[in-house]
Design a binder for this molecule. Structure first.
Ligand code: SF4
Length: 342
């Protein structure tokens, strides 16, 4: 049986043609799967009964099962999904100040990057998600909230560039105009910087919004916070980013979790100004979220110091924003996603 949500429109067309269907049927099926979000082939009423029955013998619609939904005081909604093999993943629906919505998706069960401030990193790695399991999160949440569209950020559990093929495929499926029709402009891929796949991304999906988990511009400090920096050093990542195709009027975002006494010093301001002055980039300062998996080693930089840090960088001509973390009361904010049972 073929998992139909794992197919691009072109792939579905090819399979249907080989089975004797007309090519245009693929677009009709895509519309029912992604615009109407049906979960049963018998509801694809544009097809004759025999065709629907044949489809359900050859394909299946991945049944993403929701185990729980937590709603935060600020309206963020965290979904705990159970996959077919019993693995658990989390996704978050975030209401934005402009009335729009963002869906934060997971790309792996756990993560092998081991960033020290991140609950997912502490879980270890179990497996990559399939394209269908990634697309399924967005499809489910849109349907559950009667939303037609949302921004999609690849910032949940897992390192997207460590699951490259499935992540790219999930984006292509979601971008399909016959289906969810979510444009590239609405998608953001966040990575800690796996240089070989970052290089591939330039060619495969140029002009995608890109966020780099930076967390320190000082190599030794970055290696403490993100051990992966030893394998893929910041210097190499910055080299790849030099000619990364950035969408018009957009910048590469550098994500920066503020850790007291570690990456919030004068040395850090200098290092940030040095690496950012030559790149079309912006710095997004994120207050550290304390959760039980990071223990007591890291403490958050006080809010007033974050403001000062930001101002000193602005004085040097750096574009800086301070993120208002949403969902911290339901462990849905940055670095807090983890499923202890998986
Ligand atoms: S921050 Fe991202 S890359 Fe790092 S451990 Fe957490 S999920 Fe993995």
């Amino acid at each position: 049986m073929i998992d139909i949500l794992s197919l691009t429109l072109g792939e579905l067309e090819g399979i249907l043609l080989s089975k004797g269907y007309e090519k245009y049927r693929a677009r009709q099926i895509f519309a029912f799967l992604y615009k109407q979000k049906v979960d049963d082939f018998s509801l694809i009423t544009v097809l004759k009964k025999d065709a629907r029955e044949q489809l359900s013998r050859e394909f299946f619609i991945y049944p993403l099962k929701v185990k729980s939904i937590s709603i935060g005081n600020d309206g963020a909604k965290k979904y705990l999904f159970e996959l077919l093999d019993g693995s658990l993943i989390e996704s978050v629906l975030i209401p934005m100040d402009n009335g729009k919505f963002t869906i934060c998706v997971s790309t792996q069960v756990g993560c092998m990057m081991g960033c020290k401030f991140c609950a997912t990193g502490r879980m270890g790695f179990k497996r990559n998600l399939t394209a269908s399991e990634i697309v399924g999160q967005v499809r489910y949440i849109l349907k559950d909230n009667s939303l037609r569209i949302a921004n999609v950020v690849y910032m949940g559990m897992g390192e997207p560039l460590d699951n490259y093929n499935n992540v790219i495929k999930s984006m292509l499926i979601m971008m399909e105009e016959a289906g969810l029709d979510i444009s590239k402009r609405r998608m953001t891929l966040s990575t800690c910087g796996i240089t070989p796949t970052l290089e591939r991304l330039k060619k495969d999906l140029p002009y995608i919004n890109l966020a780099l988990s930076l967390h320190s511009a000082v190599p030794e400090k970055r290696s403490i916070i993100m051990p992966i920096n030893k394998k893929y050093p910041l210097e190499d990542i910055l080299n790849v980013l030099k000619d990364f195709p950035v969408p018009r009027r957009k910048r590469i975002t550098f994500e920066y979790v503020m850790i007291k006494g570690l990456n919030d010093t004068r040395e850090d301001i200098k290092a940030l100004a040095r690496i950012m002055s030559n790149l079309k980039s912006k710095l997004n300062l994120i207050p550290l979220n304390k959760h039980d998996l990071i223990g007591t080693k890291f403490e958050p930089t006080p809010v007033s110091d974050i403001e000062k840090f930001a101002q000193q960088l602005r004085d040097k001509g750096i574009f800086v924003t301070i993120r208002k973390s949403k969902g911290s009361d339901i462990s849905a904010a940055c670095g807090m996603l983890a499923t202890k049972a998986s």
